[in-house]
Design a protein. Structure first.
Length: 115
């Protein structure tokens, strides 16, 4: 047993079978919807950010890898930093109009939301 990660075996009963393999539940990543079926909302936010504005893109349905790739595209087109995690993309600064324009050109359904 090369992987001795005890946390993955919590609440598992001991087995005397030397060939026994613990089965742990794997979280399935959601299937990434095609851009035309994505319904993205672009927000302006400054809560808990020391007064700095950020552009939030919410509503992405898909894998974390595809989310990061879309975040990379937006950051490079806007020329600023940001992050992509937990189903949302954060772009530093107020780039709502530009982000919506980029998303529409890429085939996504996107529109500005409150904020």
């Amino acid at each position: 047993m090369s992987n001795n990660d005890w946390k993955s075996r919590l609440n598992v009963v001991y087995s005397t079978n030397p060939d026994f393999v613990y089965e742990t539940a794997q979280e399935e990543e959601p299937e990434t919807l095609p851009p035309a079926r994505q319904d993205l909302r672009v927000w302006l936010d400054r809560k808990a950010r020391a007064g700095k504005q950020v552009t939030l893109v919410k509503g992405f349905v898909g894998s974390e890898e595809d989310l990061k790739e879309l975040g990379r595209l937006l950051k490079s087109k806007c020329g600023v930093g940001g992050t992509a995690k937990e189903g949302e993309i954060i772009i530093q600064g107020d780039f709502r109009d530009r982000v919506v324009e980029i998303l529409l050109k890429a085939g996504y359904r996107a529109k500005k939301a409150g904020g």
